[in-house]
Design a protein around this ligand. Sequence first.
Ligand code: PMP
Length: 420
Amino acid sequence: AEHAVPAVVGRELPVPLVTGGRIGYANLDHAASAPCLEAVRDAVNDLLPWYASVHRGAGFASQVCTRVYEGARDVLRSFVGARRTDSVVFTRNTTDALNLLSRALPRGTSVVVFDTEHHAALLPWTTPGVRRLPAPSSAAEAAEALDGALAACPEGPRLAVLTGASNVTGEVWPVAELARVAHRRGARVALDAAQLAPHRPVRIGELGVDYVALSGHKLYAPFGAGALVGRADWLNAAAPYLAGGGATRSVQDRSVEWALGPERHEAGSPNTVGVHALAVACETLAGRWRDVTGHEEVLLRRLRTRLGEVPGLRELALFGAEHDRVGVVSFTVDGQDPGLLAAALSAEHGIGVRDGLFCAHLAVRGLLERAGSDSHRALRASIGLGTAVEHVDRLAAALRGLVTDGPRWRYAQQDGRWAP
Ligand code: PMP
């Protein structure tokens, strides 16, 4: 209640969100998971009375759910502008989607990936032919490194793994440019769009990528559903990601004929409600991009300006402070423990940020070094549709107070985390 903010804040949100009346809580951790859209909550509530198994049942509820589930594929297809021949495979999240792709690579595929990737995009590639590239400082450097690495790959299938926007710095990667380089070298491109998709349209054709992976919980839907969209040929030739019901055409005593198409990799009863939530979130955002980007641009500019006024604050950046970015800012403050600051922001100011290495250990360590920071961890503030101007101002004022006067309460470390 101490942090309750005026009712006007609700009207600052461009797309209605489920806040549970907790608008006073400043959720500056959208990059981890975004709050749920009201449209998504309503759609889920409407579906729940019809909740039933898909594909197999003849009953009316099963037919409804089958339509909803398959309809969601069409929504995802149009959300990313998929080609007619692309598959839309539903997964649990981006991590699951990229692991699925890693298992579907033809034998001997060479993979090139930048060290700066989130672990979800960095770690699934277990083929012997993985080349890791150091963090670049510019788009041109990234293109040159990618080109060189792909040129050095042996004959055979190749895959370049890129991120749309960094979960550490929010910087938007020059995907279209890098995809052109990759294609010239005969490589396919997989895009980790987990962090870009909630903020900007992700269009397969315009970016020139072959696969897109994304997560519903970063797109203003609840947890549990994500997707891999992309070229069907490798996916149809690969062993099923999961073996079980729904992924087969026919099973004989000693042989199994696996289905072709997305169901090949979706064995088991699927997450119809989650997939529906994801699809409704995509539909809602697709009709509101101007509102989304307009809202975030204003807030991001304000956030960075206000943070810049905090003494000793160092913002992390790969391509430079002026580079295009979505609403994610990571930073350290000289002489301050990021974990303690995060704990005090939460306990004393009702502000949720994240501290640590953000599942991108190599990226964050490299960025801290570049920034000349004295810290081994960072703080991250990330904004989105649930962010109001007051949240940004509260963060900056609270940080300034913590840095100049110290926390009001005493904190101790418990299991590696600070608590009051
Ligand atoms: N890639 C990026 C850039 C991310 O920010 C995240 C989530 N932090 C992921 C991949 C993994 O997403 P998920 O946890 O939903 O699988």
